[in-house]
Design a protein around this ligand. Structure first.
Ligand code: ADP
Length: 274
């Protein structure tokens, strides 16, 4: 399901003394099957933008097109609900939203609320527990007896249980240690490749954007200021620097190696750990 943004603007607290413009003239395309990273400093509009990707917010101006549905300021709530099933958002610290007494029930909650049968919801829960690399006996445990990383996986399973075709991730590694970060990022990479899940990653990490994404949108002061492949974006160091962003170390390192051996390496082959 392609998503396109056409001249999207959004203001918080519209027509109040506290009105705050968060997005202006934002354009962008998220193609089916792509892995898009949205990068930019705190306050640049990333979170506001991602809430437009599944109709949690309606644009004050412009158009958000999600598959066949066009969302504008006048779109009715009923139409937004249909879109929400197709685009799943994993918010920051999603484990804070766990609440059921068992992991299985927590994962089943969403689909059952959308009319999926109990048996089918349970089946999905067990498939997801396996897919996300959690031990099978996790199903009957309380989510609150799990480690932080496991809790996060359960919360992610709760979003995947809707069978979204697009998965939107807001800083999904926040608060995890380096190993946990890598595991979660590799998990999303696998879901993207094996489940053909269109993926949108909102991140502060230039490294993650370079390593995992094939499409990057750069936000600055509520505007979309750059868009393209990681090669294009990180190849234009000067423009990036004008938005206070830098080229990740792994990309710099790769350039040094390429110079030494006199030929290009496969695109962005090195990681920071190398
Ligand atoms: P980012 O995710 O890149 O940090 P945000 O989308 O959270 O950026 O914020 C964009 C702008 O909108 C910022 O200036 C922020 O202060 C403002 N903003 C965010 N949420 C609200 C809100 N609920 N009410 C008013 N202003 C907000």
């Amino acid at each position: 399901m392609d998503i396109s943004l056409q001249q999207v603007g959004y203001s918080y607290g519209r027509n109040t003394p506290f009105e705050k413009r968060a997005l202006q003239g934002v354009d962008g395309t998220i193609k089916t099957g792509s892995y898009t990273a949205i990068i930019g400093h705190t306050g640049s509009g990333k979170s506001t933008l991602l809430m437009h990707l599944n109709g949690l917010l309606k644009p004050s101006e412009g158009i958000v097109q999600i598959g066949d549905t066009q969302i504008t300021a006048g779109t009715k709530a009923k139409e937004l609900k249909a879109v929400r099933r197709h685009v799943g958002i994993v918010f920051q610290f999603p484990e804070h939203q766990l609440f059921e007494e068992t992991v299985e029930k927590d994962i089943m909650f969403g689909p059952m609320n959308f009319g999926v049968s109990k048996e089918e919801s349970r089946k999905r829960a067990h498939e997801l527990i396996e897919l996300l690399g959690l031990p099978p006996d996790t199903a009957q445990k309380s989510p609150f007896d799990l480690s932080g990383g496991q809790m996060r996986r359960v919360a992610i399973a709760g979003v995947l249980a809707f069978k979204p075709s697009v998965l939107v991730l807001d800083e999904p590694t926040a608060g995890l240690d380096p190993r946990g970060r890598k595991e979660i990022m590799e998990l999303f990479s696998r879901l993207h490749a094996e489940e053909n899940l269109t993926t949108v990653l909102v991140t502060h990490s230039m490294e993650d954007a370079a390593r995992y994404a094939d499409n990057i949108i750069v936000m600055h002061n509520g505007h979309s200021v750059m868009a393209g492949t990681p090669q294009n974006i990180f190849g234009d160091e000067e423009t990036l620097a004008s938005f206070g962003l830098g080229v990740p170390r792994s990309v710099k390192l790769q350039r040094v190696v390429e110079k030494m051996i006199g030929r290009p390496l496969p695109v962005l082959a090195l990681t920071e750990e190398d």
